[in-house]
Design a protein around this ligand. Structure first.
Ligand code: MN
Length: 320
């Protein structure tokens, strides 16, 4: 039995043996966080009618089609409970730190395992998404599980969210196999693609600004800064501003790009992407990390901002 099989079985057995199961996601949830969390809940609820299953984490207004509740539960619920944390690489990013109160904790994640936690830890960076992992788990135990159409759709959202609709390097043959499986289970790729691809008129206006104002260095680094007042002017929330990030990569001369987003506390969040040059090592030097080609970081002042621009630009120059 391979490691993965053993881990998947351990997760299945833990779910079978607990009556209360609380599923967590990361803060500022994306479709993968919500999809893996929501689908696990949907599947466990459909399969085991007598178990109490909760999904926790701050609500998010911009992804209503994901259909994941933010259940309001007390500390008491965690007594003798099983917690499953989805798509959360490090513990501080877990939404709702009460997960620590659980009797048993399971980590299911696809980011590099820089912060191992949990009694059972299934971490596989070869997977495009936590949703792809949950889809695999569902398929491997499908004889014992009921997989509702809603769960298939939630996982499909998660996979296309993290792969940019099968665009990014993390998309493997296994990703497509899981997508095909979810389609067979009732996922609707056309409606899912439309839901995730849509932007509001406000974000469209912001996008026009970004494409106009972004600087592109001779080495192919594009960057743009979204200040708080700018987001207010365009009536776009900090969370919604992330929707413009992929668009800079559509420009053929751009090899890597950074979207700086000013935060209320005066720091600046850096959303970093690359088409080939690894950037998560640079992100980790600036309070961040993530995937090799898609990372996040934080700079505290203009000097650090210039430094991170210079670091990525220099790396691009060396690649030429
Ligand atoms: Mn993810």
């Amino acid at each position: 039995m391979t490691d993965t099989k053993a881990l998947e079985l351990a997760i299945f057995q833990a779910i079978e043996s607990y009556n209360t199961i609380i599923i967590h996601r990361h803060v500022r949830p994306d479709p993968d966080a919500l999809g893996s969390q929501g689908a696990l809940a949907s599947v466990i609820r459909a399969t085991y009618k007598d178990k109490a299953v909760y999904t926790v984490g701050e609500g998010t207004a911009d992804l209503p089609f994901m259909q994941v509740e933010s259940d309001d539960i007390s500390e008491g619920h965690y007594q003798q409970a099983l917690v499953i944390v989805c798509d959360s690489a490090n513990q501080e990013r877990i939404d709702d730190q009460r997960y620590l109160l659980a009797e048993k904790i399971i980590k299911i994640d696809h980011h590099p395992n820089t912060d191992p936690y949990g009694d059972i830890s299934w971490v596989d960076p070869s997977m495009s998404s936590a949703s792809e992992m949950v889809a695999k788990w569902c398929k491997d135990f499908e004889d014992q599980l009921i997989i509702p159409q809603k769960a298939a759709q939630q996982l499909y959202y998660g996979i296309i969210g993290d792969t940019g609709r099968f665009l990014y390097d993390a998309t493997s043959d296994h990703t497509f196999e899981m997508a095909a499986y979810l389609k067979r289970k009732g996922a609707d790729p056309a409606s899912a693609g439309r839901d995730l691809d849509q932007i509001s008129p406000e974000v469209a206006q912001l996008l026009a600004y970004v494409l106009e104002e972004a600087k592109i260095s001779p080495n192919g680094l594009a960057y743009v800064t979204l200040t708080e007042s700018l987001l207010r002017r365009f009536k776009v929330s900090e969370a919604d501003s992330s929707q413009i990030v992929p668009y800079l990569g559509k420009i053929s001369t751009v090899k890597a790009w950074i979207v700086f987003v000013q935060q209320k506390d005066g720091s600046t969040r850096c959303r970093m992407r690359s088409k080939g040059v690894v950037i998560n090592d640079i992100a980790s030097q600036f309070r961040g990390g993530g995937h090799p080609l898609a990372s996040g970081a934080k700079v505290l002042n203009d000097e650090e901002k210039r430094a991170i621009i210079k670091a990525v630009d220099k790396k691009l120059a060396q690649e030429v």
